[in-house]
Design a protein around this ligand. Structure first.
Ligand code: ADP
Ligand code: MG
Length: 255
């Protein structure tokens, strides 16, 4: 099958008058359907720049990007927005939920602009379904401030799913979460990936990359390593270990 994402010799030079920053320097990459890529590298290595390209939020200075067979460079702004809406879901480090809006309404929002726009009842139903997928059916009417960080991130994942994207792009989605909550959130990503969604996830934590299938390391705008993750961690198993350790600590508080 054709890859869902193809990057060929992508460059991105930021030109702010006096200084030029060559943030991405010739990245080529293929992602098959069902891939789950951890994008790693030190701060400033070009991860976010590459994610902005993948997300059709920014145009590369040079090189070719194909998303689901479509050559992105040829599209105008409106076509790009449509493509983004139809094929991509975004998850951010800071959750980016609207504060005065319930979980359910936050999840409904992207449907207003996408091809899943429908009757009020149909959209509500679909948003509920997505909240159920991330295990938050019971919290639909809660506001973000009434939810834990992990729950807020799961609402954000539900929101990213609502237009049935082929690819999820997540830039440091566990960056604000403790390790147990991170494992929970990674469990949700693994479950979605098992169901066929392709995921690209930026992280600088090796522990998080271990939940992915493939790990790619960038340095100074280039790919310096691209390898399968072996052995792959499974969030359910890791969570059980963390819970067992907590129970043990409660039984033997001195330890
Ligand atoms: P990472 O996400 O890996 O930390 P970035 O892609 O954010 O890396 O940044 C890569 C390089 O590009 C850095 O040197 C950064 O300072 C520079 N950069 C990022 N965004 C811009 C911008 N909008 N204008 C100028 N330089 C930028
Ligand atoms: Mg970044």
């Amino acid at each position: 099958m054709a890859p869902v994402i193809t990057l060929h010799d992508i460059h991105r030079v930021y030109d702010s008058g006096e200084v030029q920053v060559h943030a991405v320097r010739g990245v080529s990459l293929e992602l098959q359907r069902g891939d789950f890529l951890a994008l790693m590298g030190a701060s400033g290595s070009g991860k976010s720049t590459l994610m902005n390209t993948l997300g059709c939020l920014d145009r590369p200075t040079r090189g070719e990007y194909r998303l689901d067979g479509i050559a992105v460079a040829q599209l105008d702004r409106n076509q790009l927005a449509d493509l983004r809406n139809e094929k991509l879901g975004f998850v951010f480090q800071g959750f980016n939920l609207l504060a005065r809006t319930t979980a359910l309404e936050n999840v409904e929002l992207p449907m207003l602009y996408g091809r899943h726009r429908g009757s009020r009842a149909a959209m509500r139903e679909r948003a509920r379904h997505c909240l159920a997928i991330v295990g938050l059916a019971e919290r639909a009417d809660h506001f973000p401030s009434q939810l834990s960080g992990g729950q807020q991130q799961r609402v954000a994942i539900a929101r990213a799913l609502v237009n049935a994207p082929q690819v999820l792009l997540a830039d440091e989605p566990t960056g604000n979460l403790d390790s147990r909550t991170s494992a929970e959130v990674m469990g949700v990503f693994q479950q979605l990936n098992d169901e066929g969604i392709t995921i690209v996830l930026v992280t600088h934590e090796l522990d998080i990359a271990r939940y992915c299938k493939r790990s790619l390391i960038m340095r100074d705008g280039r790919v310096v390593s691209d390898q399968p993750v072996q052995p792959r961690s499974h969030a359910a198993v890791e969570l059980q270990k963390l819970k067992d350790a907590e129970t043990a600590a409660q039984l033997h508080p001195s330890a």
